[in-house]
Design a protein around this ligand. Structure first.
Ligand SMILES: [Fe+2]
Length: 198
């Protein structure tokens, strides 16, 4: 989980995104219900950067969310991060999430929710641990502590691309501000779908 569990770090043969998707489609509903089975699959099957090219779109202002595959059970996104970019602090609406970084690396800052009142848009959250995602070390978000932000640290000075598996798919999430102690729901859009800008 982002706060605890990562996959095995032994070197695995890189496969194309098409091969990765065909294997992902063979996983069963049960494999997405806990975090271990899908994390094992993602760790054992790192994706080569070259095959991702059709799905990568870059924006100087904001990271991009690029849909690679979607079923009733999961959606697979490639997210493109310029150096220095970060997500909002967010949750995943109770859905599981796994992240790998076929290109570059990313830091996940986890938070613990002390209190949350969505109707009043008030919250108190505190930062906990930081986990790094690399090609060899995908992570799963901890379902019990699902609030986090993702960042491509400026000092790393390289682009990053992360693959995100969400099960089940969701199109909104809650975002949080530590300083303002606020939270609220936002909608999630795709930058591209199946290799085409939307
Ligand atoms: Fe996330």
């Amino acid at each position: 989980m982002a706060s605890a569990t990562s996959g095995s770090t032994q070197t695995a043969q890189r496969i194309s995104i098409e091969q990765f998707v065909s294997g992902l489609r063979k996983l069963r509903e049960d494999d997405f219900a806990g975090v271990t089975a899908a994390l094992d699959y993602i760790t054992a099957n790192p994706v080569n950067a070259e095959s991702l090219r059709p799905y990568l779109f870059w924006n100087a202002q904001h990271y991009t969310r690029n849909l690679v595959d979607k079923t009733d059970l999961y959606e697979l996104l490639a997210i493109c991060w310029e150096p220095g970019m970060r997500s909002s602090i967010h949750n995943h609406r109770g859905q599981n999430c796994w992240m790998a970084a076929p290109i570059g690396r990313l830091a996940v800052q986890n938070y613990r929710v002390i209190s949350e009142d969505l109707a009043a848009q008030r919250c108190e959250i505190v930062p906990t641990d930081v986990v790094e995602i690399t090609a060899a070390r995908p992570v799963a978000v901890d379902p019990l502590n699902p609030v986090h932000e993702v960042r491509n640290c400026r000092e790393w000075a390289e682009r990053a691309v992360s693959l995100h598996v969400y099960s089940r798919p969701f199109d909104s999430c809650i975002v949080y501000s530590v300083e303002q102690r606020t939270c609220g729901e936002i909608g999630l859009d795709y930058t591209s779908m199946y290799g085409t800008l939307v």
